[in-house]
Design a protein around this ligand. Structure first.
Ligand code: SF4
Length: 295
């Protein structure tokens, strides 16, 4: 029994899940090595919650929120790592409690999606998972290694294709500027290649913004990593939008971005490119500061 929803550690969710019921299935991140990510660097230690506890929270939500629950997101960093039979049980229970749900979504890193495999992903899809949010960040293997993402372009492509083949919607996140000045060209080229191969349903754009307690901040302070200016980031955005050969919904739904470029590819490409061209003519000082918050 519980008197409310129980949360441990930071609770992150995609902006698109702002109105979702958040029931924690895992605590922390089993990987926790990405050099740009501060979310769980100070803990808590990774843990998978028990099915019993998760069900208690779901039941409490049913009794207290019932009809207002339209979508569910299961934090934390990598819920895809849950044992398939346990996750299937949770998904079925959730669908039974809330029969009118529009979607259930989770985060899942490419390496864990690949480990899960197609058969298990299909079982998860059948039990009711609608969408997985995957952090591609970059398609460039050199960058992926530097930022300690734990995957390669090949793993990212395999993971993306598996998710889609299983019948689950795929949301891929990329970080503009994550290659710094040194690899901006390769970052865009290889990210375009990866996305054109994966063909995700959604592409979500973020801009690299160094955060406190992250290893990459030390690289910036030592001069090893040179951060892009707003116009250099916009140039990456321009090339990306121009070169993508996908039918995906693009969102730049994040405070880190210098401008918001949203639309459906390919039909909105020209409008999106015009938005970027206009922004490129602006004085760089008119954009958000390169460093914001506590760094
Ligand atoms: S996998 Fe996600 S949550 Fe985990 S360290 Fe990397 S970015 Fe952070």
């Amino acid at each position: 029994m519980t008197n409310g929803l129980r949360y441990t550690g930071p609770i992150y969710r995609p902006p698109s899940e702002a109105n979702s019921l958040l029931v924690q299935t895992t605590i922390g991140c089993p990987w926790n090595k990405c050099t740009f990510c501060m979310v769980y660097k100070k803990g808590p230690k990774f843990k998978i919650r028990s099915v019993k506890e998760i069900k208690e929270d779901l039941l409490w939500a049913k009794e207290n929120y019932n009809s207002s629950v339209k979508t569910v997101f299961f934090p934390s960093g990598n819920t895809i790592i849950m044992k398939t039979e346990d996750f299937v049980e949770i998904l079925k229970y959730t669908r039974k409690l809330f029969p009118n749900l529009k979607r259930i979504t989770i985060y899942g890193s490419a390496q864990y999606v690949v480990q899960k495999g197609l058969d298990d992903l299909k079982k998860i899809a059948k039990a009711g998972l609608s969408r997985i949010h995957v952090g591609l960040e970059s398609g460039d293997d050199v960058i992926l290694k530097r930022i300690k993402k734990g995957s390669t372009k090949d793993i990212q492509i395999r993971a993306g294709k598996l998710v889609k083949k299983a019948g689950i919607k795929l949301s891929e996140y990329i970080i503009l500027g994550i290659g710094g000045k040194e690899r901006t060209k390769e970052h865009v080229e290889e990210t375009v290649k990866a996305l054109n191969n994966i063909y995700p349903d959604f592409i979500r754009i973020r801009t690299f913004l160094p955060k406190i307690s992250t290893p990459i901040l030390e690289e910036i302070q030592s001069g090893a990593f040179q951060i892009l200016s707003p116009c250099e980031v916009l140039q990456e955005t321009y090339t990306l939008i121009k070169e993508l050969k996908v039918t995906s919904q693009v969102y730049s739904d994040h405070y880190t971005n210098y401008i918001h470029v949203n639309g459906k590819l390919p039909e909105d490409r020209d409008t999106m490119l015009q938005t970027i061209e206009t922004a490129l003519k602006r004085d760089e000082k008119s954009f958000r500061k390169v460093y914001i918050g506590t760094v």
